[in-house]
Design a protein. Structure first.
Length: 529
């Protein structure tokens, strides 16, 4: 499909008339459809409830305090899914009026008034200003099972991916599985050109609408959108065959979904289900990705993975299968953020699509999930963050698979970039890092715990207050090294001094201490001067 076809796709926002889009932007600006104005109208408690998809507190506040305002009218119809009369819409959108809203495909006649066909949500990207983002209404706004080609809004997964994607300046970037365009908006802040792909034509229609509605904030020429953005339809890497990129971000349809012999593609929830069995979509995506990365280029993505049961009915290590997915020429860092059981996983995704309404079909769908997991011996499902990079020269040097389930500081992209750079520097330096002069990172504190009356602490911890918020357990030598890291002496000088003081002739004392110092550097608790 070409851009013109995306702009006028049936059952999606219309973006072929730039003048109407300009008038929509003018009206939204005039009524104060912005984060600050909406937050002030709702108040803290109702705003927090809305973030949990609970709309009733917002309705109560609006009806009590702001029922007749233009902002309330726009918010009710586009965020709360309520019906509005023509007179109220004409007042709220004086440039566009009902006729313009209808032509843009944003509303439809309903009962004695009009209701929204899409949601309009506020979002801040890397651009200098807020965006209005169109997407399909959720089940909390419009009750009922979601349509199979549902276009997601700004969910936690979208925000998480945006927060882990590296923000270095690049020439060409790819947003694989763009949805309504969230990652694309962020990528435009640091990429000269972004290609956005999706299997869903409706998703690309929403994306084009959002780009043109926000062209001023995104610094795009609405009549030459192709100068900065390409919109391509297709599965995985098919639309960009033969192309290479400097950065790829992807929130792919990774949800593990039971396959049925009789299933039809049109019955799949394409926004989350890529049509492959188990976690094969993710493993396939990873296996192919290196062919689309320039040397030194990286990809960040979200993923689910299956964790299989062993013969003794315990679960295998979470990363056993995940490690096998990555070719040898990729630097890799995978962080598992959470695990869940098959039953909780089934409940989560059935609830996500509002498939819990019909008890008989819900039971059948629930059992299909459990049967599917049992057929492959799945004991748990992991969710995590995936970074990989095509080695610029020589062999890959970064292979890191770890569980970090505690809260971390967001956005974490800067921390990832710092730690990857340090891993590169350590690999290049070899033993020469022993000549470095180090400091303790500014966000690091030390804790010592000891039994009452004990002469020495039994536990010494270094805690990282920012980034990944790691906690490192230190022995006496490592604690002594950290305490002496004021930049005056080199790593080797400090290690040799500690060896003389407390090494007591231990054969591997210095090597163990060097390895600990290297780990603290890789994890960002120590830094070079």
């Amino acid at each position: 499909m070409n851009a013109a076809e995306f702009s006028a796709l049936e059952d999606a926002p219309q973006s072929s008339d730039l003048q109407l889009l300009e008038r929509l932007a003018e009206d939204l600006t005039a009524i104060g459809f912005s984060y600050d104005e909406v937050s002030q109208m709702l108040g803290e408690e109702a705003s927090a409830a809305l973030a949990r998809d609970q709309i009733l507190p917002a309705l109560r506040v609006i009806e009590r305090d702001a029922a007749d305002t233009e902002l309330a009218c726009a918010f009710r119809i586009f965020q709360l899914g309520r019906t509005e009369e023509a007179a109220a819409l004409n007042k709220a959108f004086p440039s566009l009026k009902v006729d313009g809203l209808l032509k843009l495909g944003l509303i439809e006649p309903w009962a004695s008034g009009y209701r929204a066909t899409v949601a309009l949500t506020l979002h801040s990207s890397d651009a200098d200003g807020e965006l209005w983002v169109a997407h399909d209404l959720g089940a909390h706004q419009r009750p009922g099972v979601l349509r199979t080609d549902h276009v997601l809004g700004i969910g936690q997964a979208s925000l998480t991916l945006a927060q882990i994607t590296l923000r270095e300046k690049v020439d060409r970037a790819l947003d694989l599985g763009t949805g309504c365009g969230i990652q694309l908006f962020h990528l435009l802040g640091h990429a000269n050109h972004v290609t956005a792909t999706d299997l869903s034509a409706r998703a690309l229609a929403f994306t084009r609408f959002n780009l043109l509605l926000n062209h001023k904030v995104l610094k795009l020429d609405p009549r030459n959108l192709q100068d900065r953005v390409s919109l391509l339809r297709g599965s995985l890497f098919e639309p960009v065959a033969g192309q290479k990129f400097d950065l790829i971000a992807s929130n792919p349809p990774f949800v593990i979904t039971p396959r049925r012999a009789t299933e039809r593609e049109k019955d799949r929830f394409t926004y989350r289900d890529g049509g492959m069995s188990g976690d094969r979509l993710v493993s396939t995506l990873i296996a192919q990705a290196g062919d689309y990365l320039n040397p030194g280029a990286s990809m960040q993505m979200l993923s689910n993975w299956e964790i299989h049961r062993l013969d003794d009915d315990s679960n295998e290590p979470w990363d056993r299968r995940v490690k096998s997915w990555f070719p040898e020429d990729l630097d890799v860092w995978v962080i598992e953020r959470e695990q869940t059981t098959p039953s909780v996983y089934a409940e989560t995704w059935l609830r996500d699509a509002s498939q819990t309404e019909d008890s008989s079909s819900y039971a059948a769908a629930y059992n299909a999930y459990l049967d599917d997991f049992e057929s492959r011996g799945v004991g748990a499902i992991g969710f995590g963050l995936v970074y990989f990079r095509k080695a610029a020269t020589g062999a890959a040097t970064l292979r890191r698979f770890e569980q970090i389930t505690h809260p971390i500081e967001q956005p974490v992209a800067g921390t990832l970039q710092r730690d990857i750079a340090m891993a590169d520097e350590l690999a290049a330096a070899g033993e020469a890092f022993r000549d470095w002069h180090l400091l303790v990172a500014d966000d690091v504190t030390e804790e010592r715990h000891q039994r009452p009356g004990a002469e020495h602490p039994g536990v010494i911890l270094l805690r990282q207050g920012a980034g990944l918020r790691r906690t490192e357990l230190l022995d006496t030598a490592q604690a002594g090294f950290a305490s002496a890291c004021d930049g005056d002496l080199s790593v080797a000088q400090l290690v040799n001094a500690l060896d003389s003081l407390i090494g007591e002739g231990e054969e591997d004392f210095t090597e163990r201490l060097y390895e600990a110092v290297s780990r603290l550097l890789r994890h960002g608790l120590l830094r070079k001067m």
